[in-house]
Design a binder for this molecule. Structure first.
Ligand SMILES: NC(=O)c1ccc[n+]([C@@H]2O[C@H](COP(=O)([O-])OP(=O)(O)OC[C@H]3O[C@@H](n4cnc5c(N)ncnc54)[C@H](OP(=O)(O)O)[C@@H]3O)[C@@H](O)[C@H]2O)c1
Length: 272
C-alpha cells in the first residue's frame, strides 16, 4: 500500500510512526507546509514531496492532517490532481464528508476523529466511511487505524459528542488525576508516591469496571460502608455538584464542537 500524509504535526506525526510500523505499507509520501522540518524523515520508505499534488499522485490513500482552518487552502491545492480513484482519510475536526466530497470530487472518504492517546496506541478513533466507499479497501485501512487505538464506526453526526468525550476527555481526566495527586501531597505524601498510588487507583478502578461489566453505581456501593469514610466523601461530591459540573463541562465542549461543525459546513474558513 502507498500512503500519503499531508500535514506532519501531532496527528500526522503519529500516523507516520504507525505507518512505518505497518508491514503492508511499502511507501509513505509526506508533505508539510514547512517542508524543512520534515526533511530528516527521508529514507528508503519515506519520500518528502515538494508539493501536496505530488503526494496525491504517488499515493493510493491520502491522510489529511492539517488544521480545519487550513483545509480550504489545501483543497484548492490538491483538487488540481485527479482524486477520483483515491482514498481520502481526513482527521480534520468539523470538516464533513459532504464538504470533502464536494471540495475534492472524490467518493472514497474515510473521516476519522482521533484523540491524543493514539500516540501510545491506546486512543479512541471515531470513524465514518462515505456511502459509496470501496468495500475492498476497508479491511487494510481498519487494520492500519487500529494501530492507533480502538475504532468506533459511527455516523459522523455523532462526532461532536466524540470530540467532547474522547477528544477533550483526556485533558479533563488529567485535571482530575492531578487533583488526586495534589490532595495526596496536601496530606503529606511525596509527589512520586502520590503519583504512583493515584495511577494504580485509576487503573484498578477502570479494570474493575471492565472485568465486572457492572454499572459504576453498583461498584461505588461496594466501596461505601454505612457511616464510613467513603460516604462522607460521596456526600461532599454530591453537595459540591461534581456530576453536574462534569456533565456541563462535556456538554459545553460538545456545543462548541457543533458550532465548529456548522461554521465549516459550506467549506467556510474558521476564524482564528
Ligand atoms: N491533536 C489532536 O488531539 C486532534 C484530535 C482530533 C482531531 N484532530 C485534527 O487533526 C488535524 C491535525 O491536528 P494536529 O493537532 O496534528 O495539528 P498540527 O499539530 O497543527 O499539525 C498540522 C500540520 O499541518 C501543517 N499545514 C498547515 N497547512 C498545510 C497545508 N496547506 N499543507 C500541508 N501542511 C499544512 C502545519 O504547518 P504549520 O504549523 O506551519 O501551519 C502543521 O505542521 C486537525 O484538523 C485537527 O482538527 C487533532
Amino acid at each position: 500500500m502507498k500512503i500519503g500524509i499531508i500535514g506532519i504535526g501531532t496527528i500526522g506525526g503519529i500516523f507516520l510512526e504507525k505507518c512505518l510500523a505497518t508491514s503492508f505499507i511499502e511507501k509513505i509520501n509526506i508533505y508539510d507546509k514547512e517542508n524543512d522540518k520534515i526533511q530528516h524523515y527521508k529514507n528508503n520508505r519515506i519520500k518528502v514531496c515538494k508539493f501536496p499534488c505530488e503526494v496525491v499522485e504517488e499515493s493510493e490513500n491520502i491522510i489529511l492532517a492539517v488544521r480545519p482552518q487550513d483545509s480550504m487552502e489545501l483543497f484548492s491545492e490538491i483538487s488540481k490532481s485527479d482524486l477520483s480513484g483515491k482514498v481520502i482519510i481526513s482527521t480534520m475536526s468539523g470538516v464533513s464528508i459532504q464538504v470533502l466530497r464536494n471540495s475534492l470530487g472524490c467518493s472514497n472518504i474515510l473521516r476519522i476523529m482521533p484523540n491524543v492517546a493514539c500516540s501510545v496506541g491506546n486512543g479512541v478513533i471515531a470513524a465514518d466511511f462515505s456511502e459509496s466507499f470501496d468495500e475492498n479497501s476497508k479491511p487494510e485501512l481498519i487494520q492500519l487505524i487500529s494501530k492507533l487505538g480502538k475504532i468506533f464506526i459511527m455516523d459522523e453526526r455523532y462526532f461532536p459528542a466524540l470530540t467532547s468525550i474522547s477528544g477533550s476527555g483526556p485533558a479533563f481526566i488529567f485535571v482530575i488525576i492531578e487533583s488526586f495527586i495534589d490532595a495526596g501531597i496536601k496530606m503529606g505524601l511525596s509527589y512520586d508516591l502520590a503519583y504512583s498510588i493515584v495511577m494504580e487507583v485509576f487503573d484498578g478502578s477502570v479494570e474493575m469496571m471492565r472485568q465486572s461489566k457492572k454499572h459504576p453505581a453498583e461498584l461505588k456501593n461496594k466501596a461505601t460502608s454505612p457511616a464510613g469514610t467513603t460516604i462522607e466523601g460521596i456526600y461532599t461530591l454530591e453537595n459540591e455538584g461534581l456530576r453536574g459540573t462534569i456533565m456541563k463541562t462535556l456538554i459545553e465542549c460538545y456545543n462548541k464542537a457543533k458550532q465548529f461543525d456548522s461554521s465549516l459546513k459550506g467549506g467556510i474558513k474558521l476564524e482564528e
